[in-house]
Design a protein around this ligand. Structure first.
Ligand SMILES: Nc1nc2c(c(=O)[nH]1)N[C@H]1C(S)=C(S)[C@@H](COP(=O)(O)OP(=O)(O)OC[C@H]3O[C@@H](n4cnc5c(=O)[nH]c(N)nc54)[C@H](O)[C@@H]3O)O[C@H]1N2
Ligand SMILES: Nc1nc2c(c(=O)[nH]1)N[C@H]1C(S)=C(S)[C@@H](COP(=O)(O)OP(=O)(O)OC[C@H]3O[C@@H](n4cnc5c(=O)[nH]c(N)nc54)[C@H](O)[C@@H]3O)O[C@H]1N2
Ligand code: SF4
Ligand SMILES: [Mo]
Length: 743
């Protein structure tokens, strides 16, 4: 007998609703859920692969302990006992700083990890926190934090109402969007164009997104901040900025104008590879559009001026009056776990602060409570007080995802002890002494804790588990609490239940104060109302009910609760984005801060780039619909067809270097050399080559048998761990100087 289940796809930020047919313990069909209030039936090829992921024989189902160099199956009790036996003496002898944590991307897509990973981290009391954020979006969060007052307050294009969309360094036709939860970007772009709107794409490659746009401009990698500075400069110089309208609504307008004086379109044109006339045209078009939105993503973040580029995106949005207005860029209002100041909030807050600590070896400043993951290898290798000797990796694969993966791979071997929480034995986890497997994603319930804050629309959706987990296997939140009870000095030996109650208690304090919709109630009252639930479900019910759309535990009977979401398997639509200033802001001034000091102080570095030559060949990355960073190549339906790990190179460069299509090239950088098959194309800018990241599945000890059949090369062998955007600590993964030759 076949049953239908609805389940939000956990693989990427688009968060599509899936409709699954299930027969016993098998998934027999996967479709897009046409009735989903947010994604309306859209899916990509990865959605249906959820069935293969569930059935994958390589997916881990038992803990593993390394004995005599080999991973052998162990019981859960044995695995936790091994961690206690080996980790606690390291902490006792070398202190808490000797433990590091690396959090990978799926820890944002799995709410057990998102809500309880931080509990373990707090208990570890170590400054050595690293995550995929510093090979990804931290520059955007830092720029947003400095301008709007909070790392979580990121403005996203209001695509359904905009007239003009400028996109830099993003390819949502393949990635399905990022820091912008926007399922069916292709359909939304089509509708924008049908209503007379315009989309322009800036990318060193002519991507599928670029091909569908109205205009595409190649850009020399790493120069977006110069281009954006010139667009803004032209707007000021040509009097396209409505200064009167901004009066009282922003600080720093005059400073920005003064700082940008030298960045004229003519000054940046050669280095960006974009005609000055084109740059002026962009400035005029954005300013003239009734409603316009500028959006930058990976290509603008993972580069040497990542934070400046991200800032300048929102400088342009701000000076054209497009921040916080319909059709411009707006701040979604998440129903739970988001930022909400309440109807009376003034917008005044403490803002954000970085550099409260510095990394031991390189002195890199902490940002958002973490150090750059590019520092991880040196922190393991370098002796002295605070050297990392033990490491947790949680849903991550930094050997393939972070710069100088070769160095990190070697460094991990030197650890005294390593634990990985993963669903596969990946290229990183092969070094782990203990591996603790998560459940199949279909055995987990699901709520997106982060992505509603970046939604093209406001909505709330919850998916119960499709399959009951095997009774002998913990969920990941239980695993994390068990680890917490091992490492916590205060709660050592506490039960999972007691720790979960403690987690709830820390959330209850906020729940009875404004702007909670249950303000004025007592904590014990609320605790009693939640008594039937535990774990993430209990935290979600609390967050929904006290959140901006909540039922307030009775105050607003039509409001949201987990029961209400359970009664709406296709989700609850909460409407289009609405203006949220001042409530969304947390800045010291209470208004948008256009000229934060740390950003102005970084401008001389950008100014110096104006006089730079651009003779070198540079490497950029790319994504394909059939991939998801390093970890879905093991699913047969995604790992077929044309091999994806190729070196894209322009035909002029190929001819100059005598590289034929299909030949093998050797690509070298300061940090290493990889061998990759050549793909000659004119869809890439001359002087630029591209290799996708996430490949390199030929390492001994990893158990990914389908991925290993077509391993590809690890492009992060070439990324330089010393090259960072200094403000955010984000790695430079685009614009890497390389040499290319025939093998
Ligand atoms: N050169 C270059 N490098 C890049 C990028 C680039 O554009 N260019 N992009 C960067 C970006 S944006 C990112 S986000 C990072 C990603 O970097 P990472 O997060 O380090 O790597 P992933 O490949 O996402 O690995 C995720 C791991 O989580 C596991 N996993 C999946 N689901 C679960 C689960 O439910 N529970 C547990 N415990 N584990 C799970 C998978 O098996 C996999 O091993 O890569 C970055 N690296
Ligand atoms: N299919 C698929 N989807 C994914 C992922 C995946 O691995 N595969 N990963 C997910 C993750 S973790 C993330 S963070 C998102 C990322 O989502 P996106 O930001 O949309 O990432 P990409 O598709 O890599 O697109 C980045 C584009 O930037 C261009 N680029 C490179 N350097 C520069 C530059 O200096 N300037 C400009 N203007 N452009 C440049 C590249 O050519 C590329 O086309 O995708 C998510 N979705
Ligand atoms: S775009 Fe694909 S991977 Fe992303 S959520 Fe939708 S179906 Fe899943
Ligand atoms: Mo990412």
């Amino acid at each position: 007998m076949s049953e239908t289940h609805y389940r939000i796809c956990p693989f990427c930020e688009a968060t599509c609703g899936l409709e699954l047919e299930v027969d016993g313990d098998r998934v027999t069909a996967v479709r897009g859920d046409d009735a989903d209030v947010f994604s309306a039936g859209f899916i990509c090829p990865k959605g249906p692969a959820i069935a293969e992921l569930h059935a994958d024989p390589d997916r881990l189902r038992q803990p593993l302990i390394k004995r005599d160099g080999r991973h052998v199956a162990a019981s859960w009790d044995e695995a936790f006992a091994e961690i206690e036996r080996r980790l606690l003496p390291i902490i006792a002898e070398h202190g808490r700083d000797s433990v590091g944590v690396y959090l990978g991307n799926p820890s944002v897509h799995n709410w057990s990890l998102a809500l309880y990973g931080r509990v373990l981290i707090r208990a570890l009391q170590t400054p050595h926190i690293f995550s995929a954020s510093t090979v990804d979006q931290i520059p955007k969060q830092l720029a947003s934090g400095l301008m709007f007052g909070s790392y979580a307050t990121v403005a996203v294009p209001d695509i359904e109402r905009t007239d003009y969309l400028l996109m830099l360094g993003a390819n949502p036709f393949e990635s399905n969007g990022s820091l912008w939860t926007v399922p069916d970007f292709p359909g939304k772009l089509r509708r924008l164009q049908q209503r007379g709107g315009t989309c322009v794409v800036i990318d060193p490659r002519r991507t599928r997104t670029a091909a569908a746009a109205d205009r595409h401009l190649f850009i020399r990698p790493g120069t977006d901040a110069l281009l954006l500075a010139a667009i803004a400069q032209a707007m000021f110089a040509e009097n396209l900025v409505d200064r009167a309208a901004l009066d009282g609504r922003v600080t720093g307008l005059a400073e920005v104008e003064a700082e940008l004086v030298g960045f004229t379109p003519e000054a940046v044109s050669t280095i960006c590879g974009i005609d000055a006339g084109e740059i002026r045209r962009l400035a005029r078009e954005i300013a003239a559009a009734p409603r316009a939105a500028v959006y930058g993503r990976i290509g603008t973040c993972t580069q040497e001026f990542g934070t400046l580029a991200s800032w300048l995106v929102d400088v342009i949005n701000t000076v054209t009056g497009n921040v916080d207005r319909a059709g411009g860029v707006m701040f979604p209002l998440a129903p739970a776990f988001g930022q909400y100041g309440g109807p009376d909030a003034t917008g005044v807050g403490r803002g954000v602060q970085t550099g409260r600590r510095h990394s031991r070896v390189r002195g890199a400043p902490e940002v958002m409570g973490e150090f750059p993951c590019a520092c991880l290898a040196e922190e393991i290798e370098t002796p002295g007080k605070g050297q990392i000797r033990a490491l947790f990796t949680i849903a991550g694969n930094p050997v393939l995802s972070t710069p100088n993966g070769g160095r990190l791979d070697a460094a991990l071997r030197k650890l005294d002890f390593m634990v990985s929480l993963d669903i596969y034995l990946n290229e990183t986890a092969r070094h782990a002494d203990v591996i603790l497997p998560g459940l199949s994603t279909l055995e987990n319930s699901h709520y997106d804790t982060a992505f509603p804050s970046f939604g093209y629309r406001n909505a709330a959706r919850y998916s119960p588990a499709v399959f009951a987990p095997p009774s002998d296997r913990p969920t990941e939140w239980q695993t994390l609490l068990r680890l917490t009870s091992i490492v916590s000095p205060e709660a050592h030996g506490a039960s999972v239940e007691d720790l979960d109650d403690f987690v709830l208690a820390t959330n209850l304090q906020r729940a009875v104060r404004p702007p909670s919709k249950a303000a004025g109630r007592t904590e014990s009252d609320i605790r009693a109302a939640l008594a039937d639930r535990k774990g993430p479900e209990r935290l979600l019910d609390l967050a929904l009910r006290t959140g901006p759309y909540g039922d307030g535990f009775g105050a607003d009977p039509d409001g949201l609760s987990l029961d209400k979401l359970l009664a709406h398997p296709h989700g609850v639509d909460l409407g289009e984005l609405r203006p949220r200033i001042p409530e969304a802001l947390r800045t010291p001034s209470g208004v948008i801060e256009l000229a934060p000091q740390p950003l102005l102080e970084d401008l001389p570095r950008l100014r110096a780039a104006l006089t730079r030559g651009n003779g070198e060949m540079v490497l950029v990355g790319r994504r394909n619909l059939r991939t998801n960073n390093s970890w879905m190549h093991n699913l047969p339906r995604l790992n077929r067809g044309r091999p994806l790990c190729t070196l894209q190179i322009h035909s002029d460069d190929a001819a100059r270097l005598a590289l034929r299509d299909g030949a093998t090239a050797l690509v070298s950088s300061r940090t290493g050399t990889v061998e990759v098959p050549v793909e000659v194309t004119d869809d890439i800018m001359p002087g630029v080559v591209s290799i996708p990241h996430g490949f390199g599945h030929d390492r001994e000890g990893a158990v990914l048998s389908t991925a290993r059949e077509r391993p590809g090369a690890n492009s992060n062998i070439l990324a330089d761990e010393m090259a960072l955007d200094p403000l955010s600590g984000n790695a430079v993964l685009n614009g890497i100087p390389v040499t290319v030759r025939a093998a």
